[in-house]
Design a protein around this ligand. Structure first.
Ligand code: GAP
Length: 492
């Protein structure tokens, strides 16, 4: 099978973004009002894919690990939580404004883009030195030198084309709002910028009510909010997004071993959901967050380059100790084997549901050309893992008469309680196959006149377009086996 001539990375990504909109995966938020920057809505197919990904993560974490349980904490938390976690004082990005265009940028992103240009021009040493210089200045909170770096590199605003920059300032990424109905009584609270703190503040609740023994983990999926200065690359960087996080509570001193273990477990998960090994890599952090003593990203090669989809952090006892200090309530565990109390250490795995969604969509998007001359055919299809596909099976009677719709409906009724199935009788069978390919349905079931005689149907496989005749009596088992989440779990 011949592959289509490689389009440029940018055009591929543009095609993926428009495909996502046209086929009901992702829409710009409140589009009729021209949208809201960096906020997106999931459509009828997107929500199915995202739910399937979240389900595979949830079950892999909780059901497949005897010592990991889940919670669902509220988005709003007591404001002191964010003082204790360090987010009020330290969760910021360095920003710079261009005085001519009045546009605001992240200073570190401007410098990273400049370094990427050096890379592209075959000057990797220059790129490396520039990034290292920036990391040193940011580490030392020397924002004046960050601004000087931007000016000395002659970085200009893409809108005004000038280097007329303001000074660099830190910009806190948390959104705040008010609880309470009367303005004077209202208390400022934050929309959580990470789900992790909901886990930390519930550490003892879960440990005691579940009689959990260290080492154990608490997992959570939920919304997080960040006022990102640079919002771009579609759902990669959003202001409202979803995280799938797990805090693994361990004995102090065991963090290196668990950090390495969770790195491998999580990489396996990304491979198991179908992301190819050559498009995944680890990237060690040069600059550590305020809470971590080791951190690594799992990066996926998007059409716009290798970018973080998951972070694995050794968070020491930073969070629990800090909550102990601020709340004045002990956050300790009595270890019966060691016969002593301690504040547990934590290894965190934190993956963005929207980023895994985008990686899965980019990986699935396939433009294929087969045959030559008059036989040349082009098709676009989404090759999702069957367990992740939004729609698993389409039931298609080849005509609307002769009793075929009735038989097809019976098959549909028999399957719909076990998987997401659609029934379609409009248009030619070819057009219907194409429609299902475009949303990534792995199996189409054609019901034809022979089906009435031999009680068999044809399964058409999305990726190969190969057709296979099977008995209707065997169909359900064949499909259940093929779309089972077990196919993913076997690889973990
Ligand atoms: N609790 C640790 C934490 O929040 P992080 O590296 O800031 O760490 C973890 O975020 C993951 O959340 C990232 O790897 C990414 O997948 C996702 N994420 C972070 N910011 C995001 C954004 N603005 N839009 C979409 N996903 C985001």
């Amino acid at each position: 099978m011949e592959k289509a001539a490689a389009p440029t990375e940018n055009s591929t990504f543009k095609n993926i973004v428009s495909h996502a909109k046209e086929y009901g995966f992702v829409f710009p938020s409140s589009e009729i009002y021209d949208g809201l920057a960096a906020v997106y809505d999931y459509g009828q197919n997107g929500v199915e894919l995202k739910n399937n990904l979240k389900n595979v993560w949830w079950k892999a974490m909780t059901q497949l690990h005897e010592n990991v349980v889940g919670i669902d904490a509220a988005i709003f938390m007591h404001p002191t939580t964010w003082k204790a976690s360090g987010h009020v004082d330290g969760f910021s990005d360095p920003m710079i404004d261009n005085k001519d265009s009045k546009k605001r940028y992240r200073a570190d992103v401007l410098i990273e883009d400049c370094a990427a240009n050096y890379e592209a021009k075959g000057e990797p040493e220059k790129a490396k030195t520039l990034v290292q210089q920036m990391a040193r200045f940011l580490e030392a909170e020397d924002l004046k030198s960050v601004q000087e770096l931007i000016i000395s590199e002659n970085i200009v605003c893409p809108v005004s084309g000038t280097a007329n920059w303001t000074e660099v300032r830190q910009f806190n990424l948390m959104f705040s709002t008010q609880v309470g109905s009367v303005a004077e009584d209202a208390t400022a609270i934050y929309l959580r910028p990470e789900t992790a703190q909901g886990i930390f503040v519930n550490f003892l609740n879960v440990q005691k009510s579940g009689r959990m023994k260290i080492p154990f983990g608490i997992a959570q999926i939920g919304k997080a909010f960040r006022n990102e200065i640079v919002a771009r690359q579609f759902t990669f960087r959003m202001r409202e997004f979803e995280q799938m996080e797990m805090q693994f509570f361990i004995r102090p001193g065991d963090e290196k071993q668990w950090y390495e273990a969770w790195k491998q477990i999580r990489m396996k998960w990304h491979l198991a959901i179908g992301l190819p090994a050559e498009k995944l890599k680890f990237h060690d952090h040069e600059k550590l967050a305020h809470y971590a003593n080791a951190a690594v990203d799992i990066e996926y090669q998007f059409p716009f380059g290798f970018k973080e989809i998951e972070g694995i952090h050794s968070r020491t006892d930073f969070d629990l100790s800090s909550h102990e200090k601020f709340s004045k309530k002990k956050q300790q565990y009595f270890d019966t084997e060691l016969n002593k109390n301690y504040v547990p250490y934590v290894v965190e795995t934190s993956v963005g549901a929207d980023r895994v969604f985008l990686a899965t969509l980019c990986n699935a998007y396939t433009e294929e050309v087969t045959g030559e001359g008059e036989d040349k055919k082009e098709r676009v299809f989404l090759k999702f893992h069957p367990a992740l596909a939004p729609v698993k099976v389409a039931i298609l009677p080849i005509t609307k008469k002769d009793g075929l719709p009735e038989l097809a409906r019976q098959i549909f009724e028999d399957l719909r309680y076990d998987m997401n199935v659609v029934y379609e009788e409009r248009d030619s069978i070819g057009k219907r196959y194409t429609r299902q390919d475009l949303i990534g349905t792995p199996f189409c079931i054609a019901v034809d006149h022979d089906s009435l005689q031999d009680a068999s149907v044809t399964i058409r496989h999305r990726d190969t377009t190969v057709q296979e005749r099977v008995k209707i009596a065997d169909l359900k088992n064949i499909l259940l086996e093929a779309v089972s989440i077990k196919r993913i779990f076997e690889k973990l």
